[in-house]
Write a protein of this length. Structure first.
Length: 70
């Protein structure tokens, strides 16, 4: 009976995420991917002198801009 109770508790904790996935088909993967890119930018830069330069770099790499003008 204890394993069933443990399973029920886990399902209860995660029910919102499961319903969101089933109804909308989205997960936390996109947010984690963007966060990983931002951390990579931060590591490569070795620090920015001001926050505006950091914001510009994040928007450049994660903003999805199409810089090809053709």
């Amino acid at each position: 009976m204890a394993p069933m109770k443990k399973l029920a508790r886990r399902l209860k904790e995660r029910i919102d995420s499961m319903v969101t996935y089933c109804t909308r088909g989205i997960t936390n993967a996109e947010a984690e991917e963007i966060n990983s890119k931002i951390m990579s930018i931060k590591r490569r830069a070795g620090g920015y002198r001001n926050i505006e330069n950091f914001k510009t770099a994040v928007l450049f790499y994660c903003g999805g801009l199409d810089l090809d003008s053709r």
